[in-house]
Every structure is written in C-alpha cells, then in structure tokens.
Design a protein around this ligand. Structure first.
Ligand code: ADP
Ligand code: MG
Length: 479
C-alpha cells in the first residue's frame, strides 16, 4: 500500500507513456495515447479517460498487452486498468457523462467498481465543420435539395436502385441495405439518387445527422488531419454521423491510409445502426486496389446497379426538364434527342438545355434542323467511348490478324500479345468490367484480363518494340 502513496495517477501514467512510446510507432502513439488522460489512482487501479467507446475498443484490441506490461512495471502484478469513456451526445448540447469499462487484461474488475462519473468541462469536439463560437456541433449536410426523389424519374434502368434508396430513406440504418451501394457509368444518376436519400431523410427525420461527402474531399480531409495531427478529431467527427453518404468511392483505390480510416469509421457506424450509402463507377468485384476487408464490407448490404436508361426513360427525362422550365417543344424534336443521346443522362440534359437556350436567345423556332446541329455539336464535343469491338478491330488490323484469330484459343505468341493488348486497351478506354471485357474478347475470365493488363504494363517497361506497338495503337484509338 505504502508504495502507492507518493504516486499520482499522472506520474504513473507518465511513466507508462515513456515505456509505450518506446515500443510503438510515433503516429500510433500520437493518435491513440496522447489523447488519454490519467484521472485517478486508487490502490493498484489506474483510471484513464478516453474520448469514445470506439477508442476504448481500439486500445483493447491493439494495445492491451502493451498497456498491461507498462502498468505492471509501475504498479506490480495486481495492477488494474480502468477506462472512463467520455460520451458525447450527438449535438454536444447536453452534459457529457462517462461510462466506465474494465480492461480485458485481467478478469478481476467488475463493472460495479464504477464510481461517480466525472464531469468534463469541454464536451465539444473539434471537427472541420464546427462553426467557431457556436456551442452545438452543427453538421452541415452538404446536400443539394435539387436532387430529390420527385425529380428522379423511375425506369427499368434504375428501378432496383431507386426502390432500395426509398426503403433506406424510410428507415435509415434499419434495413438490410447497409451499406447501400450504387454503381454504374458516368452521368447515370448515382450522385442524384444518393442526395435524394439524404434529402428525404432530412425531411422525415430532421434530428438525424446526415452528411454527404465525395470520397475525394474525404481523402483530402483525412490527409490534412494527419498533417495537422488531428486524426482523432477526424475520426470522432465521422462517428457522430447517422447517415453517411460517400460519393465515388472508387477514388479511394490505392489510398491505403484513407481506406484504413474509412474501414474503422464504417465498422463503428455499422455496429451502431447508422446508415452508410456509397456510390462507385464500378461494381465491387471490379474495384481495384481497394483492400479486401473493405470490399467485403461493401458487399454486406446491397449493391444496386444503375444502368443506361432505355428510350422511354430518356424521353421522360427530357419532358420533365421541359416541363420544369415551362418550355414547349415539338414531340419529334424530343424524340430525336432521345434517340441520339443514349449513354449519359448528363449529356441528354446538356443537349436539351442548349437547345432551349439557342431557341430563346436567337428567337428561333426549334426545328429538327436546329436539333440536329445541336445534338451533333454536343455529341462531337463529348469524348465518345470506344467500344470493345472497335478496339479488337483496330488491334487486329494493326497486327494484320483477323478478329477470329485474335479471339481464338491459340497460344501463338504474337496472337497472345495482340489479344492482351486488346484487353489492355479495353480496360483503358471503356468503362466495361474485367468480366465483360474477358467475355467479349474470346470468352476469357476476368483474371485473364487482369493478367493481360499487368503483362502489358511490364512489357511496356522492358521492351522497346512492344512499347512502340502500344503507342501506335493508342494513337489510332484516340483519333
Ligand atoms: P452520376 O453521379 O452517376 O455520374 P449524376 O447523379 O450526376 O450522375 O446525374 C447526371 C445528371 O442526370 C444529373 O443532373 C441528374 O439530375 C440527372 N439524372 C440522372 N438520373 C436521372 C433520373 N432518373 N431522372 C432525372 N434526372 C436524372
Ligand atoms: Mg456522380
């Protein structure tokens, strides 16, 4: 007993920290140990205060042994560690309370040993969206109310995605669609639909904290937080969200640090019944350089594809824009535009808006002639996606093969190389999945396509002649 008399919680903890610091990496130390406060020492039990339950779980999962060794050195064999958890309520406007949990490093501690919760004077979290001087943590949703369900027209191409979105909007966190992931090509409505869910939830449940953020901005914030040593604040901020919408998660590919932090935020939210909504330009199976454990989480809920809209849907979308803008336009014009712009709703909108503008600026009747000009100009300005067939044709011509040979099962070296080049360019120039590319180029599987892409990359780096082939074909395809 006497032994403890001269020690304070602080001095014991300071010594533990010295030991811990020597045994782990600096960043981990800063992230997980600097925020801890030593609050009390009684007998051989040290109470430390941690910022959240997540923090406690993390320490217990990753550092319990280290903590035990450190504490035993200081307090002897019977040393106990107890956590006090600072619990923030979502809006930060009630007094915080603490929850106390034992460490797993020994079995002796029962939760009954809990004493009165400590009052913390400063419950607020630092986070990138807090407006200084305002006490409540107000999180601006970053939602665009123009993107709602009312003006998201339903069609065969988006029916599953739309109805799953509706279900989630009615019961955020309470369906099996968690996470809900929308995937599909550019300009098909992923962002719109993701906003629509957020907007609807805000209407139905104003008390819920909703946040829309692009994966790019998320990554930027995370990188900044690491630089400024505020990684904890970053994590805690995201743990406050009830409905987290992250747009274009394919952007996370290759960014291991951001993926890691997102993985933990995701787990925390998911475990706490919060809703996560994601969008991506690729199906989870086709996402590259995303960690397996994260991909497997993406697949927990529902992945709904948004496909290219059919003709009827395109007409309906155009008419909706005309109606919204109070413009009348002959049926044949609308049909002409819908027939000629097929693959991207953003382009469809762009063409009709430019047509409306042209006719009103120039006070011209909208004639089929004008529509043709506009559509032509529009389609020309937009970089067109080359098809897998076209790529196969260009590659076959270049090597003076016919397409059947290219697609055949032959293992002749030059044919194999040509086939691999076709796969490589299909991957580069189209949005098709590896599986689709494989099936169209000689009925191969996605692993073969992946292998082909890697082989081409290697050969380009090591073989001058081969590099020249790649450059030539690249030029032909870019014309
Ligand atoms: P993505 O995120 O898939 O690239 P967006 O959500 O940005 O596509 O959609 C592109 C444009 O098309 C937006 O202006 C959006 O409002 C519109 N749009 C997409 N799908 C629909 C739809 N089903 N009904 C009406 N407008 C749509
Ligand atoms: Mg988008």
């Amino acid at each position: 007993m006497l032994e403890y008399m001269n020690k304070t919680a602080q001095s014991v903890w300071d010594n533990c920290l010295l030991f811990i610091k020597d045994n782990i990496q600096e960043q981990a130390y800063k992230t997980w140990f600097e925020p801890i406060k030593a609050v009390e020492l009684s007998d051989n039990a040290l109470y430390i205060q941690v910022p959240s339950k997540f923090f406690y779980e993390w320490l217990e999962e990753h550092y319990v042994k280290l903590l035990k060794v450190a504490l035993t050195k200081e307090l002897g064999q019977g040393a106990k560690l107890l956590y006090k958890i600072k619990m923030e309520n979502k809006l930060g406007n009630k007094l915080p309370f603490t929850e106390q949990l034992p460490s797993n490093n020994h079995a002796a501690v029962k939760p009954q040993e809990v004493d009165a919760p400590i009052q913390n004077k400063n419950p607020e979290l630092k986070n990138p969206f807090v407006i200084p001087g305002i006490r409540n943590v107000k999180i601006e949703s970053q939602l665009n109310s123009n993107y709602n369900f009312d003006n998201f027209l339903e069609g065969e191409s988006n029916r599953l995605a739309r109805s799953a979105g509706m279900a989630v909007a009615n019961k955020p966190g309470g369906t099996s669609f968690n996470p809900l992931l929308f995937f599909g090509g550019v300009g098909l409505g992923k962002t719109h639909l993701a906003h629509a869910i957020g907007v609807e939830i805000k209407e139905k449940h104003p008390e819920k904290t909703v946040l829309y953020i692009s994966a790019e901005v998320f990554t930027q914030q995370y990188t900044d937080s690491v630089k400024k040593n505020t990684r904890n604040d970053f994590i805690h901020f995201y743990q406050l969200i009830d409905v987290l919408i992250i747009d274009d998660v394919q952007f996370l590919s290759g960014k291991a640090g951001t993926q890691d932090v997102f993985f933990h935020i995701f787990n925390y939210l998911h475990q706490n019944g919060k809703q996560v909504i994601l969008t991506s330009d690729k199906a989870p199976v086709d996402m590259q350089d995303i960690e397996q454990r994260l991909l497997s989480r993406f697949k927990w809920g529902l992945s709904a594809e948004i496909q290219q809209p059919d003709y009827e849907t395109r007409v309906a979308i155009l008419k909706n824009i005309l109606f919204r803008d109070g413009v009348e336009m002959p049926e044949e014009i609308v049909e002409y535009v819908a027939k000629n712009i097929k693959t991207n709703i953003r382009e469809l909108e762009g063409a009709i808006i430019s047509l409306i503008a042209q006719s009103s600026f120039n006070r011209r009747e909208v004639t089929l002639e004008l529509a043709k000009q506009v559509v032509e100009k529009f389609v020309k300005n937009v970089k067109r996606e080359v098809s897998i067939d076209y790529i196969q044709k260009v590659v076959s011509d270049y090597f003076q093969l016919d397409m059947e040979t290219l697609q055949s099962k032959t293992r002749k070296r030059d044919v194999v190389q040509a086939r691999q080049l076709a796969m490589f360019f299909a991957k580069k120039f189209t949005k098709s999945s590896l599986a689709t590319i494989g099936s169209q180029i000689g009925d191969r599987d996605h692993a073969t396509v992946l292998h082909a892409c890697k082989t081409v990359d290697n050969l380009v780096a090591t073989d001058k002649q081969f590099k020249k082939y790649v450059e030539d074909i690249h030029k032909k395809l870019s014309l």
